[in-house]
Design a protein. Structure first.
Lengths: 129, 209
C-alpha cells in the first residue's frame, strides 16, 4: 500500500533550511511519499540531496524527487503581468514537490506539467496532474 | 554611497580573481561521461588521461583535479584547473552493484564512497568559477537532479555550459535536451570519439575566456 502525506507549505514556512529538509526527509524515511505544497529553494534542494546521502544505509536507499512548477506559455501581456504578481505574492508556495523513498518509488518522470510515478512494488504507472 | 563602494569593491575583487586559478568543474548525473570528457580535454591539451572510466555508475567517487590546463583556439585562450566531480544522484543502492557482478563487501564499500562523493560534489559547487554540466544525450534530460544542479549554478551566478554527451549513439536526442533547457545553448558531443569537440572548445572559450 502506498501512503501519501500532504505537507502544507505553512508547516515548513517558519523553519530554517536544515529543519525543513530534515522534516521532509523524516517522512520519506517512514516509507511515505511526501507531497509538499510549493517548493524548496534551489540551495535547499541541494541540501536535501546531500543530507539524503548522509542518511543512506541498508534500509534507506535514498529518494526520488520531482518539483512541478507549471509555467504558462504564450500568455498575453496582461495575463503575464497578473502571473508575475501572483508569483511575487506566493513565492515558493507555487507548484508542488514530490519526495518518494527510493524503496517505494522507482522513478519519477516529468515534463513541465505532468508527473509519472513508477512504484517499485508493481511497476504500475500512476499519473498526476 | 555604501552601494557605490560595494560595487567598486566587487569589481576590484573580480579583477583580482581573474589572476588566480580558474576552477572549471564538470558536473552532472552519474554515467553521463564527465570523466570521459575530462580525459578528452586532458589528452587534447596535456597529452595524458585524468581518471578511469567504467560502464558501472559511480566510477568517480572522489573529486579529481588536473591543474594548469591551457587551451588555445582561434586567438582565444583559457587556463584553468579542471575539477572532475562524482556524479550527483538522489539514491544509491549497493544492490545495483551486486547486479553487475561485484561482491557484497565491494558493493557496499562502493555505495558508501559514492554517497560521500555526492556530498563532496555539492560542497564544491561554491568553489567553481565555470561549470560544464555533462548530460547523457540518450537519457531524459528533464530529471530533477539535472534541474537542481543547473538551478544551483544559476543561483550562485556561475557561468554554465551544457553538454549533451554520447551523440554517437542512435538513442541520443539533442532536440529533447535542448527543449528541456531552452534558456541555454546545448553543445552535442561524443567525448569518447571526439565528435564535435571543436564546437565544444569554441563554446567554452566564448563562455569563459
Amino acid at each position: 500500500m502506498l501512503t501519501l502525506q500532504f505537507v502544507p507549505y505553512s508547516e515548513i514556512e517558519d523553519l530554517g533550511p536544515a529543519r525543513r529538509v530534515k522534516k521532509l526527509l523524516d517522512i520519506a524515511k517512514e516509507n511515505k511519499i511526501v507531497l509538499l505544497e510549493g517548493r524548496l529553494k534551489k540551495e535547499e534542494e541541494a541540501d536535501l540531496i546531500a543530507i539524503t546521502m548522509e542518511e543512506i544505509d541498508e534500509k534507506f536507499k535514498g529518494i526520488e524527487l520531482a518539483v512541478i512548477n507549471p509555467q504558462k506559455k504564450d500568455m498575453g501581456f496582461l495575463r503575464s503581468i497578473k502571473a508575475g504578481m501572483i508569483s511575487m505574492l506566493l513565492g515558493d508556495r507555487q507548484g508542488f514537490t514530490i519526495i518518494g523513498p527510493a524503496t517505494v518509488v522507482k522513478e519519477i518522470k516529468k515534463d513541465p506539467d505532468k508527473i509519472q510515478l513508477y512504484t517499485q512494488e508493481n511497476k504500475s504507472k500512476r499519473k498526476k496532474r | 554611497m555604501i552601494s557605490i563602494i560595494k560595487v567598486f569593491l566587487n569589481r576590484f575583487k573580480s579583477l583580482f580573481k581573474k589572476k588566480k586559478d580558474v576552477k572549471l568543474g564538470l558536473y552532472g548525473p552519474p554515467n553521463g561521461g564527465k570523466t570521459t570528457l575530462a580525459n578528452r580535454i586532458c589528452q587534447d591539451w596535456l597529452g595524458e588521461d585524468m581518471g578511469s572510466v567504467s560502464n558501472v555508475a559511480h566510477e568517480t567517487r572522489e573529486i579529481q583535479i588536473k591543474e594548469q590546463v591551457h587551451i588555445e583556439k582561434d586567438g582565444k585562450s583559457l587556463s584553468f584547473n579542471l575539477v572532475d566531480t562524482p556524479g550527483i544522484a538522489t539514491k544509491i543502492d549497493y544492490e545495483d552493484f551486486l547486479k553487475v557482478g561485484m561482491k557484497e563487501k565491494e558493493a557496499k564499500q562502493r555505495a558508501k564512497e559514492a554517497t560521500k562523493g555526492v556530498i563532496d560534489s555539492i560542497k564544491w559547487l561554491d568553489d567553481m568559477d565555470v561549470v560544464i554540466v555533462v548530460l547523457d544525450g540518450t537519457k531524459d534530460a528533464y530529471s530533477q537532479v539535472n534541474i537542481t544542479i543547473i538551478g544551483n549554478l544559476q543561483a550562485r551566478n556561475i557561468p554554465v555550459l551544457l553538454v549533451a554527451n554520447k551523440i554517437d549513439l542512435r538513442k541520443s536526442n539533442m532536440k529533447k535536451i535542448q527543449a528541456a533547457f531552452p534558456q541555454y545553448e546545448v553543445i552535442g558531443i561524443s567525448a569518447k570519439y571526439g565528435k564535435n569537440i571543436d564546437a565544444f572548445y569554441d563554446a567554452l572559450l566564448n563562455l569563459a575566456a
